[in-house]
Design a protein around this ligand. Structure first.
Ligand code: GDD
Ligand code: MG
Length: 360
């Protein structure tokens, strides 16, 4: 079986992080998110992956190459202009030889792909959509189905009051190749707004597969932080949970006061009197000064936090320097290689750093 992972989005809601790193390469516990997704595909026996990309594709190609290091074959198809979530599939038609998975590139889930294949074989039809139940469906695709799991309506991002159900499109599909015949070529096509309604109207047998797996769309900063909290707490199975701090750099945290969970990658340096946690992830080579406090935050690689700085509920991209006594408040997002001057206060929800894609 083949899989297409959609990785062409601009990641607008994660700016300025996505000015330096395309969304699929944003690290989850220190590893690009797409690597986690590819591992999951490999685990399900899938070795042939197609990546329709367009935004900063070079960062993806440079990291994964032809996929041989992962024991996979990766085919990149770069879109000159974004073709949309269905147009991107039509554009790779020549590479698809049979039934195939499609994954939104920004979904973290514990979904068992093999179980999904079995369900598709049981139900038949042109395709199967993974669904999940959420509190507020208005930011997602709402999917209405009958007791035989047959889908009768797909409504993308309805206003909350009019949402017909709280079962939403979780961004993993299994399709027969025939679905490609229903997507027009050569223009932008949304699978959610155009193709699914057309497939339903044509009576092709589109089915749903609702599970209560762990699931998170990583498209926004608060979701990105929540996903880390869930991994640290063991709600999303990814880490081998150990007592104490986790990660290759855990041994280097001895000088700090720790409020678990705390995770540190290799080469992390922490001065005496620093306070870390709860829910802190430190990337490779981070350095934390004396009396600095970091809580509920994810720091990427090589971030320097000087003496007495405070970071709370923030995401800090690689290569940043947070000056001494500076305060970074809840919901702040700091883009690559940004310096926050000594004593500066970043109010809640600040976004600082690059204002356009950084070419490297
Ligand atoms: N190649 C390519 N080309 N990929 C694209 C394009 C494009 O033009 N546009 C978006 N993508 C990719 C994004 O990179 C992402 O991986 C995926 O398609 C979904 O796009 P998002 O922009 O993240 O969509 P969303 O989160 O608002 O909504 C989608 O996901 C929800 C679940 O997370 C929809 O599929 C919803 O129905 C769904 O509920
Ligand atoms: Mg998304």
């Amino acid at each position: 079986m083949q899989a297409i992972v959609l990785v062409g989005g601009e990641g607008t809601r994660l700016r300025p992080l996505t000015y330096g790193t395309p969304k699929p390469m944003v690290p989850i516990m220190g590893v690009p998110f797409l690597a986690r997704t590819l591992e999951r595909l490999h685990h399900a026996g899938i070795r042939d992956v197609i990546l329709p990309a367009g935004y900063m594709p070079q960062a993806i190609v440079d990291y994964f190459g032809d996929g041989s290091q992962l024991g996979m074959k990766i085919t990149y198809v770069i879109e000159e202009t974004p073709l949309g979530t269905a147009g991107a599939l039509k554009n790779v038609e020549e590479h698809i030889h049979g039934p195939f998975f499609v994954l939104n590139g920004d979904v973290l889930t514990s979904l068992d792909l093999r179980a999904m294949v079995a369900e598709h074989e049981r139900l038949g039809g042109i395709g199967l959509l993974h669904l999940i139940r959420v509190e507020d469906p208005s930011a997602f695709g709402c999917v209405v189905h009958d007791e035989q799991m047959r889908i009768s309506a797909f409504v993308e991002k309805p206003p909350r009051e009019t949402a017909p159900t709280n079962e939403i499109n979780a961004g993993t599909y299994l399709f027969e190749r025939e679905i490609l015949d229903m997507i027009p070529a050569g223009r932008n096509v949304s699978i959610e707004r155009e193709t699914f309604p057309a497939v339903i109207a044509a009576g092709k047998g589109l089915y749903s597969y609702t599970t209560d797996d762990y699931w998170m769309d990583l498209g926004k900063p608060e979701q990105y932080l929540a996903a880390h909290n869930d991994i640290l707490a063991g709600r999303m199975p990814m880490l081998a949970l150990e007592p104490g701090a986790t990660g290759d750099g855990a041994a280097g945290l001895g000088a700090a006061t720790l409020h678990l969970p705390v995770h540190a990658d290799a080469n992390v340096k922490v001065a005496a009197g620093a306070e870390l946690g709860p829910n802190v992830v430190l990337g490779d080579g981070c350095s934390i000064g004396a009396r600095a406090i970091v809580r509920n935050s994810v720091l990427w690689d090589g971030v320097v936090v000087e003496d007495g700085a405070i970071i709370e509920g923030a995401i800090v991209a690689s290569g940043c320097r947070i000056g001494s006594e500076a305060r970074v408040l809840e919901g702040s997002v700091i883009g690559h290689d940004t310096t926050i001057e000594r004593g500066r206060v970043l109010e809640r929800g600040s976004r600082v750093g690059a204002t356009a894609p950084i070419s490297r």
